[in-house]
Write a protein that binds this ligand. Structure first.
Ligand code: B1M
Length: 211
């Protein structure tokens, strides 16, 4: 079994210690951090998500796997982000109201910080009022909204409406993402950008600061 497949398996079992040891071993063997992230950690989370859907595992197992994921990502952080990059500007980032999933949002934040974007992280379950207040206070030029549930992705649109009502819509670029979100949905709610992964989110955000 490949080492990334072993990482996937240990992550699904929630064995954080083994995940950490295997991630370190994979790095020593010269496997790139990106491959470890995508083929080991993220693929393990996707598989456990499928088992969860089929009622083969339950919330506690998913939570333990998420903890193992976070510990693996922490080891990869220095490899995925560049040290000493010039600060380019500020972004407000969160998972939207009603939604507690933060692994993807944290990956986006990590990649954005890696290209020099200062992130004001509002955590999970953030509503329009909270985001409007954070944009006003920080002067952030980009707002990043993550949603993992089909029932909460609509709140990305509500946040855009809240920004409009506060007279801030033309002052910020709104980026959306998360597993159920698509380009079509992003267009429908009037977002400025949709990306399917964290690395592309950082690239697009950077382009907003440079243009
Ligand atoms: Co939940 N959950 N969960 N869950 N969970 C999903 C999302 C689900 C698809 C599982 C399934 O049924 N197969 C399903 C949603 C179904 C739907 O809406 N259609 C689901 C459900 C139903 C639920 C609960 C309702 C379960 C319950 O209580 N009965 C509940 C809801 C709680 C709530 O939010 N109110 C719930 C709870 C949980 C846990 C707390 C146990 C845990 C979250 C722990 C945490 O985040 N701290 C959890 C987890 C871990 C998952 C799965 C298994 C994995 C999610 C994940 O972290 N993926 C998930 C199954 C799945 O997604 N296949 C599932 C890895 C992560 C790296 O991917 O977040 O997609 P992701 O991020 C990607 C991209 O989407 C993108 O970048 C990342 C990759 O580079 N991205 C962006 C993300 N945000 C972006 C923003 C951007 C750009 C890109 O720009 C701003």
């Amino acid at each position: 079994m490949s080492i990334t497949a072993q990482i996937n398996e240990m992550l699904q079992k929630g064995k954080a210690k083994d995940v950490k040891a295997l991630v370190n071993q994979a790095l020593e063997e010269g496997i790139t951090a990106k491959e470890i992230l995508n083929d080991g950690l993220i693929s393990g989370m996707v598989e456990i998500g499928d088992k969860f859907k089929e009622n083969k595992v339950y919330v506690p197992e998913v939570l333990i796997a998420a903890r193992a994921m976070n510990q693996g990502v922490a080891i990869l952080k220095p490899y995925l982000t560049k040290e000493g990059v010039e600060p380019v500007g500020k972004a407000v980032i969160c998972t939207v109201k009603g939604d507690l999933h933060d692994i993807g949002k944290n990956l986006v934040k990590m990649m954005m910080e890696g290209v020099g974007i200062e992130c004001i992280d509002l955590g999970v379950d953030a509503d329009g009022d909270k985001i409007v207040a954070a944009v006003k206070e920080s002067g952030a030029k980009v707002v990043c909204l993550s949603a993992l549930l089909t029932t909460t992705m609509v709140n990305q649109g509500e946040i855009i409406e809240a920004l409009k009502a506060a007279g801030l819509r033309d002052k910020v670029k709104v980026m959306v993402g998360g597993a159920p979100v698509t380009q079509k949905f992003a267009d429908e709610i009037g977002a400025d950008a949709y990306t399917s992964d964290a690395a592309s989110a950082a690239e697009v955000a950077l382009s907003f600061f440079k243009n």
